[in-house]
Write a protein of this length. Structure first.
Length: 465
């Protein structure tokens, strides 16, 4: 995009310079006509003068292009019409042999060197002005045709070719190159002026294509180049034939062959340059896409890195939280173990403290049971006291077993004991509790019960009590 912008600006400035030089050339020659400065009109005394109408044409053509470039299309159209009319009417005068009175309309000519009619421009000059007027009209888009840029470029190349042939005629001394027969000949600075005008027109067509196309060199550029080179070749070949006659027949043929070969080579070179430019553009587009993909991948990698860093930070935070939670749980477990141990110690102490009075109760119960003259009710009461004390002793032992239960350790101590006496003791305890609540409690023992069983008496008592 930067190269295209540079090309666009360069072509625009080239058009301004070409239009400005054309206007300056025409203005300088007009000053020469008004001030009788022969040098400005002829350059050298033996050279053909630039006619007054020719100078007017250069001034108008240059101004027309400047008006067009600065977006004054109506003034540009007016200049195009005047320049084209001057050339067309002059050609009419040559073709039909008439005098329309335009040759000395604004200036009485006092320099008539190699002029067929005072003030009348050369026919090739008139043709160039007519082509320039047509090109300028197409550049203002008044005349619209298909392939307009290419057509304008071809017109510019024809003007350049006619100017180059005339200028080469002055350099080589071939008079027929800048003069057609006995008609008025083209001046040397006129030839240079048409080269400048033609280049400006060609640059404008290129500029228009640069707006529409991506290519640096438009596809149609080979046609103006080939047509222009072919025109130069044919014009030089014809001028040499007329100049040399039949004396040197080979030279015009050599010039014609070399010119055609040059035209073909020029077309091929331009085409190869176009292909190279297109390939370079394609490579540039591919590289641009690759750069964009690389940028996108780098951005994606940066995002992934950011997400990874965020995840790592989140994992660290969660890990830290889990560590803190585990630490708190471990501390709580330690506190729980300490509390459990304190509870176990307390229960053990309580069990020990309970045993002391229970042992006294059981001891006195046994002593009282040995007394003589106890009534039946007293004997039963002493038995209940003894059994209840033993039961409390068992409960005291059960308190010690809680610590074992918390440690997931429970040991059984099986022994042989009388089942009926065992059940009678439990029944007595329950009946006493029932009597306290005015509840009648009776039990019937099956005859099928065994007299003696083997079990952990304490655990069985815990189950049945």
């Amino acid at each position: 995009m930067t190269n295209k912008h540079f090309l666009y600006q360069s072509l625009y400035f080239a058009m301004i310079i070409a239009a400005g030089l054309s206007s300056v050339l025409g203005g300088i020659v007009l000053i020469g006509w008004y001030t009788h400065s022969i040098t400005l009109i002829q350059v050298f005394p033996n050279f053909v003068p630039m006619q007054y109408n020719t100078a007017i044409g250069f001034l108008i053509c240059g101004l027309g292009k400047l008006f067009l470039l600065f977006n004054h299309k109506r003034l540009a159209m007016l200049c195009a019409g005047v320049a084209g009319a001057i050339g067309f009417l002059t050609l009419v005068e040559y073709v039909f042999g008439v005098n329309l009175g335009i040759d000395e309309l604004l200036m009485q000519h006092y320099v008539t060197v190699k002029s067929s009619q005072p003030g009348r421009m050369a026919p090739n000059t008139a043709l160039c002005f007519m082509l320039n007027g047509l090109a300028l009209l197409m550049m203002t888009h008044v005349v619209r045709i298909k392939l307009q840029s290419m057509t304008v470029g071809v017109l510019g190349s024809l003007i350049i070719a006619l100017g180059v042939v005339a200028f080469m005629g002055y350099l080589s001394g071939i008079e027929t190159a800048y003069g057609w027969g006995n008609l008025t000949q083209m001046a040397v600075h006129t030839a240079l002026g048409f080269i400048i005008l033609g280049v400006g027109i060609l640059m404008y067509a290129w500029h228009e294509s640069a707006i529409e196309e991506i290519r640096m060199i438009p596809r149609w550029f080979v046609y103006p180049a080939g047509i222009g080179m072919t025109t130069i070749t044919v014009a030089l070949w014809q001028a040499l034939r007329v100049q040399l006659g039949n004396e040197q027949f080979a030279l015009p043929q050599v010039v014609l062959g070399a010119g055609i070969l040059t035209a073909v080579l020029l077309v091929l070179i331009i085409r190869f340059a176009q292909i190279s430019s297109e390939r370079a553009k394609a490579i540039e587009r591919v590289n641009w896409k690759l750069e964009q993909e690389i940028i996108e991948r780098k951005q994606a990698e940066q995002k992934l890195t950011q997400h990874r860093d965020q995840l790592e930070h989140l994992v660290k935070e969660r890990t830290s939280d889990l560590i803190q939670i585990n630490q708190r749980l471990e501390n709580a477990k330690k506190k729980s173990d300490v509390a459990s141990q304190a509870k176990s110690d307390f229960l053990a102490n309580m069990s020990h403290e309970l045993r002391t009075p229970l042992n006294g109760i059981l001891g006195y119960a046994q002593i009282l049971k040995r007394s003589q003259g106890l009534t039946t009710l007293q004997a039963e009461g002493l038995n209940i006291i003894q059994q209840s004390g033993e039961h409390l002793l068992t409960l005291s032992n059960d308190i010690l077993d809680l610590s074992k239960i918390e440690a997931n350790k429970m040991e059984l101590y099986p022994s042989n004991f009388n089942l009926q006496n065992f059940l009678a003791g439990i029944v007595g305890i329950i009946r006493m509790r029932a009597q306290e609540k005015d509840i009648s409690f009776d039990i019937e023992l099956s005859n099928a019960l065994p007299t003696s069983v083997q079990a952990d008496e304490k655990r069985l008592r815990q189950i049945l009590d």
